[in-house]
Ligand binder design. Structure first.
Ligand SMILES: Nc1ncnc2c1ncn2[C@@H]1O[C@H](COP(=O)(O)OP(=O)(O)OP(=O)(O)O)[C@@H](O)[C@H]1O
Ligand SMILES: [Mg+2]
Length: 411
């Protein structure tokens, strides 16, 4: 059918034509916004899940929700080895700018911006070397107010963040709304920053201040947070974002097609679900290829069969291959061992679980190596976001169906 009218959208953070199966998460968020606006205590939200399940898309949708509620919002994408200070300053600047026109006392806004500037400048390099001033210039995204001193500028990120977020929340209180800061790839924050963020959320919730953090990250995000502060388990509300169930996956395919007056035969939907496993990225990828190959409506199982190799070839390059290429030879060897063991683990657990977690001791045994000698490869793969350790002593792929992909690749 006409590829120009193809509605499906496989891609990182790509807004799907139909956000299927996330009603519960949206409802929960609505309640959180309403409660906070009424001064009720609420916990910050953390969305966790594998690659491609739709965390970024959901985070963006929640942000739109917050904006609809007239909240101030800002978003950060955490990166390994990058300090939180600069991005959090930019995100808060954005959030407060959204609230400013509704604020009756411009000098309160200026007061906050002065604190914000002081906070941001604190992270500028200590002023040595020619590159320093340039860096600092890039740093001040148009705050005309002079930096104030004595607040949020101690250099201790924990103290500074608590003060900065408290002040931002006060601005939101003035206009009778709240501020939501969205942090994607949150597992990549450094330990100090995670700790500071937990402390700040803790403090804000005790004050009943209308500012929440909404995070998204890989399945080991809860472990990262509780390693920083043991109380984090009670501080955040975790929501596991998972693959779509059959009804939602069908809806993700059928609703956009219906708008183009295209239908699916039941058998086509059966086969598409079998192929995608309900993983949103795969739903989009198979849907897209099938649309392009199907000669007419209704789309049949035969159309899906013809299109599937193309979808798989595209996934092999764009979804799996691009990630595999980020690994060194030693890391690839580690993942290959994981892939063959995860098949065995999956079979032993009696579930149709192609992404089963694997004990690290087993990986060492299968490679004939000492476990300690494999730690660098494991740690590097965790840092690259390719594997995670959900339970002590085990690892699993962050990418759904990655084990299956690796097992089909020649060594
Ligand atoms: N609820 C949904 N219904 C249908 N399609 C969805 C849904 N959520 C996400 N998608 C699609 O799935 C793909 C992946 O979404 P997204 O990039 O948000 O995943 P992610 O969890 O952030 O992945 P990563 O961990 O790699 O960042 C996109 O193509 C998006 O359009
Ligand atoms: Mg994402």
């Amino acid at each position: 059918m006409d590829p120009v009218r193809n509605p499906y959208a496989p891609g990182a953070g790509q807004r799907p034509p139909e956000l299927a199966g996330r009603g519960r998460e949206l409802d929960v968020f609505d309640v959180v916004l309403e409660r906070i606006a009424r001064g009720r205590p609420e916990r910050s939200l953390m969305l966790t899940g594998l690659r491609g399940v739709g965390k970024t898309v959901l985070l963006n949708t929640l942000r739109s929700e917050a904006i609809n509620h007239l909240w101030g919002t800002g978003k950060i994408e955490a990166r390994p080895d990058q300090s939180l200070r600069r991005p959090v300053a930019a995100a808060l600047h954005m959030a407060v700018r959204e609230l400013a026109p509704r604020h009756r006392a411009p000098d309160r806004i200026d007061g906050f911006l002065g604190v914000l500037k002081a906070f941001a400048q604190r992270s500028a390099p200590a002023g040595r070397g020619a590159a320093a001033p340039k860096l600092r210039d890039r740093w001040q995204p148009g705050i005309d107010v002079p930096a104030s001193s004595g607040r949020a500028d101690s250099g201790d990120i924990e103290i500074d963040l608590v003060e900065l977020l408290t002040d931002a929340a006060a601005v939101a209180t003035d206009v009778g709304t709240g501020i939501a800061i969205f942090i994607d790839e949150m597992q990549d924050l450094g330990a100090e920053d995670v700790s500071a963020l937990c402390a700040a959320c803790h403090e804000l919730s005790q004050l009943g201040a209308p500012l929440i953090v909404v995070g998204a990250g890989l399945p080991h995000l809860p472990a990262v947070l509780s390693a920083a502060k043991s109380y984090s388990e009670r501080l955040f509300r975790y929501q596991r974002i998972d693959r779509l169930d059959r009804i939602a996956a069908d809806q993700a395919l059928c609703a956009p097609a219906e708008r183009e007056e295209v239908e699916y035969e039941q058998k086509a939907l059966d086969l598409l679900y079998e192929k995608s496993g309900g993983y949103p990225y795969f739903v989009q990828a198979y849907g897209k290829a099938t649309w392009d190959h199907a000669p007419r409506s209704p789309i049949t199982a035969a159309d899906v069969r013809v299109a599937a190799p193309e979808a798989e070839a595209e996934l092999a390059v764009g979804f799996f291959g691009s990630r595999f290429e980020r690994a060194t030879p030693a890391e690839r060897e580690y993942m290959r061992a994981m892939a063959s063991l995860s098949l065995i683990e999956g079979e032993e657990s009696g579930r149709d679980d192609m992404d089963a977690a694997v004990p690290t001791a087993e990986i060492a045994r299968s490679l004939g190596r000492k476990p300690a000698s494999l730690s660098p490869a494991r740690d590097a793969l965790i840092k690259k976001g390719l594997i995670y350790s959900g339970e002590r002593g085990t690892v699993a792929f962050t990418v759904p169906h990655f084990g299956r992909y690796l097992r089909t690749q020649p060594a």
